[in-house]
Design a protein around this ligand. Structure first.
Ligand SMILES: Nc1nc2c(ncn2[C@@H]2O[C@H](COP(=O)(O)OP(=O)(O)OP(=O)(O)O)[C@@H](O)[C@H]2O)c(=O)[nH]1
Length: 204
């Protein structure tokens, strides 16, 4: 099932995040990953529109962008959304620093620590490059804070089957996760599977 998106707001301050009243207390899915990992492309491919900004310049998204996803069309803002998507700023762009906390805007950690409606974190890792320490750092943080997460391997269309399998195996080993779902925003590979995982969260 496709859900139609309504852009809610762009926030850089906890006090500006959508409140429970505004979001009807629906489950929120956060999208996290290094700059240029393909986060905006994935969100666009999930929601079937160009709501999220796609750029070849890394590090453009510096606020959290919230989208409400509704079934059907019409008076969308008056009906309860099925899910909220939160598109978080990419990390890892600064060339020198390698710590998530020093590179990431300061509002991210309070968001991850305190956001009550946050039901699942989608962690994007690039299948075309070796495992990155800042991705490991984020995944470790989510494990420690007991936030549910799912790791997806982006840009899977760029490499062939065998190379992709090896890349996924290396990423799983390095990040110490049981599952990495390969996806492509170009070919839509893996998108249906990801949608079914998101809908399971919505229905929970
Ligand atoms: N081949 C291929 N290219 C992709 C895919 N997803 C994204 N890209 C390309 O990767 C680049 C970055 O994509 P974005 O979606 O803007 O990445 P982002 O993570 O949102 O980037 P930031 O705004 O820096 O956080 C763009 O040139 C995209 O066209 C994919 O699945 N396959």
């Amino acid at each position: 099932m496709r859900l139609s998106p309504v852009f809610l707001l762009s926030a850089t301050d906890v006090s500006h995040f959508p409140t429970k009243a505004k979001t009807f207390d629906v489950p929120e899915i956060a999208f996290l990953g290094r700059s240029n990992v393909g986060k905006s492309s994935l969100i666009n491919s999930l929601i079937g529109s160009k709501e999220a900004h796609v750029s070849s310049t890394p590090g453009r998204t510096r606020a959290i962008n919230f989208f409400a996803l509704h079934e059907g069309a019409g008076e969308k803002k008056k009906i309860r959304p099925t899910l909220i998507f939160a598109d978080l700023p990419g990390y890892g762009y600064a060339k020198i620093s390698r710590s998530i906390s020093s590179e990431w805007p300061t509002f991210i950690e309070p968001y991850l620590a305190n956001r009550e409606t946050l039901a699942l974190c989608i962690c994007l890792v690039d299948t075309n490059i070796p495992p990155q320490p800042n991705d490991t750092q984020l995944i470790t943080y989510l494990k420690q804070s007991q936030r549910p997460y799912l790791v997806v391997g982006t840009k899977s269309d760029r490499i062939s089957g065998n190379v992709l399998s090896k890349s996924i195996a290396a990423l799983k080993r390095e990040h110490e996760v049981d599952e990495i779902l390969p996806i492509s925003a170009k070919t839509d590979a893996g998108i249906k599977t990801l949608w079914s995982r998101l809908m399971a969260v919505a229905e929970d």
